[in-house]
Write a protein that binds this ligand. Structure first.
Ligand code: SF4
Ligand code: SF3
Length: 543
């Protein structure tokens, strides 16, 4: 076995990738990511010692969220960047150590320093996931770690907009340290997993505040999916600060900007509407990029996951920034001293390219985040009371490339006409272009935004619970059919569990990292279920 990773839904054979990642991750990158995570745990240990002794830990805390984000599925495939980050982790540990009277015994992750890249490689093989022998402890530690990765990603977007919550960093530290303990029990880990959900709600609320205070509240918007005549840049991922700076810098250059995949909901924010060169959304969910980037013709800027290893035919047009990276593609450097990132290389590249080739035309509607839905609350409540809307179906989460995800298109198509789909995340691309119509003016697909905007769906549900004077959120006419792929979906799931949501159906398959015992706990305690066939599921949940 040259690597082992089972953090995403596409883990090979539903068990784990052990030769090469289905995502395209090489063993070298996978193992270095393991070592980066290990080094990050060491940084957490030093950061905690620093915090306990009144030392400023800002740099360490920022490092931790960035390093965790780098290890998310499809974010960073660049081994040089990961090596650099490991070395940066050593330096941060040493800086904190120099300011502290270190205890005699510390976990190896806080003292180990690889001398060179060969040592890094050999060490990485000793500290991977399978080094934890007990499968239930391994499962709980990994479930917690993946929740932290998702939390870190959302925390980093908020941080980029100047919004922070030190309690979130303190929890990430505490939880990472817990994963280093060899004698920790399942009874100690389980409450941490649930507490992770509490901080999942907090981080999504923080990002919601960061996005809405920076760019206004999302509003119902029709987004063009056709193309214009100018050369253009396609921006992918989740980071709205990067988008804002790109839009600013493309003004007056003759270069248009289109969103891709999870960046689509940026069109719903009032502040981005003032940019006339912000033309529309191009293509679908992340996994279709190998076709769609060919025809886009211009440069593509990744601000986060999901990158598919690019084909040679367009690789020179792929740029990365932030936590994302791919060896051989140009990386746009971070902000320095509060100055914006410099996207001039991407803009100059775009000027030499042809305009995008049209692959579809028309528009899609979205922008049903909590503020907008609450403005429509009367209409929604009346529709439920009159029986015009029988059920809401939350179909949030991620899309993926496996054929069995056609289930979600079929499910949306087959739903009775008196149901409304509430969505967020790239899962929506399985049905957001279907002609599903509306119910008395309420579209049958209400898109709240990116995966982190699942928070909006929760706010909407809590508001409906209040309006209908219900005791329990589970008494609402809402069914959960969540599609997951990467680790942001893990934090969204843990957040929903923290809010008391029960009977969440998860698909297309349950996570490979859940051991039978841990899966049983989630099923028994929260009623988590797997999907079956469209027919069965509609019969059991809806009708
Ligand atoms: Fe496999 Fe997913 Fe890990 Fe990639 S991220 S190596 S596809 S389990
Ligand atoms: Fe999609 Fe990667 Fe998860 Fe943010 S872009 S939802 S999969």
């Amino acid at each position: 076995m040259s690597m082992f990773c089972y953090q995403c839904q596409e883990a090979s054979k539903g068990v784990g990738c052990s030769i090469k990642g289905v995502c395209g991750k090489t063993p070298e990158v996978a193992n270095l990511q393991d070592l980066l995570l290990y080094t990050t745990k060491g940084v957490a240990i030093w950061s905690q010692l620093g915090a306990d002794n009144g030392i400023n830990t800002d740099k360490a805390d920022k490092y931790i969220i960035d390093a965790l984000f780098i290890t998310i599925t499809n974010a960073n495939f660049d081994s040089n960047k990961i090596l650099e980050k490991i070395k940066e982790g050593y330096a941060i540990q040493d800086e904190l150590k120099a300011q502290l009277d270190a205890p005699v015994e510390l976990h190896d992750s806080a003292v180990y320093r690889a001398k060179d890249e060969n040592e890094m490689e050999s060490k990485s093989l000793l500290i991977g996931i399978l080094s934890i022998e007990n499968e239930d402890i391994r499962s709980l530690k990994e479930l917690l770690t993946y929740g932290l990765k998702g939390m870190a990603a959302y925390g980093e977007h908020a941080w980029n907009l100047g919004f922070e919550n030190p309690e979130i960093y303190a929890f990430i530290r505490k939880a990472l340290i817990a994963t280093t303990k060899g004698d920790i029990t399942a009874d100690e880990l389980l409450p941490l997993v649930l507490e992770c959900g509490k901080f999942g709600v907090d981080v999504m609320a923080l990002l919601d505040k960061a996005n809405t205070e920076s760019f206004g509240h999302p509003e119902v918007t029709s987004v063009n999916i056709g193309v214009g005549k100018n050369p253009a840049i396609l921006i992918s991922g989740h980071d709205l600060k990067d988008l804002e700076e790109l839009l600013e810098q493309t003004q007056g250059t003759g270069v248009d900007v289109y969103t891709h995949s999870e960046m689509l909901p940026a069109h719903y924010y009032p502040k981005f509407k003032k940019y006339e060169n912000f033309v529309g959304n191009y293509g679908s969910a992340w996994w279709k990029q190998t076709e769609e980037f060919e025809t886009f013709n211009g440069p593509i800027l990744f601000t986060t996951n999901c990158i598919v290893p690019p084909k040679a035919s367009y690789k020179d047009r792929v740029y990365t920034t932030g936590a994302s990276g791919f060896g051989g593609c140009t990386h746009i450097a971070d902000r320095q001293n509060g100055q914006p990132k410099d996207f001039s290389a991407v803009i100059e590249h775009a000027k030499k390219c042809a305009a995008p080739t049209e692959i579809e035309s028309g528009s899609i509607v979205g922008g049903f985040a909590h503020n907008q839905v609450l403005q429509l609350a009367d209409k929604v409540v009346d529709a439920v009371k009159s029986g015009a809307v029988n059920k809401f179906v939350v179909m949030a989460g991620c899309d993926g490339r496996m054929k069995d995800r056609e289930y979600y298109t079929d499910f949306a198509n087959e739903l009775p006409k008196d149901t409304v789909i509430l969505t967020a995340g790239c899962a929506k691309y399985r049905y957001n272009k279907l002609p599903l119509g509306d119910i008395g003016g309420i579209p049958r697909v209400l898109d709240a935004g990116q995966c982190n905007d699942s928070y909006s769906l929760a706010v909407t549900a809590l508001k409906l619970k209040e309006v209908f004077e219900l005791e329990d959120i589970n008494d609402l006419p809402i069914v959960y059919n969540i599609a997951w792929y990467e680790q942001k979906a893990v934090i969204v799931l843990l957040a929903l569990l923290h809010l008391g949501v029960k009977k969440i159906n998860l698909g297309p398959t349950l996570p490979a990292f859940l051991s039978p015992n841990v899966a049983k706990i989630l099923i028994d305690t929260f009623g988590i279920g797997a999907i079956s066939t469209v027919e069965e599921d509609i019969k059991n949940w809806i009708v």
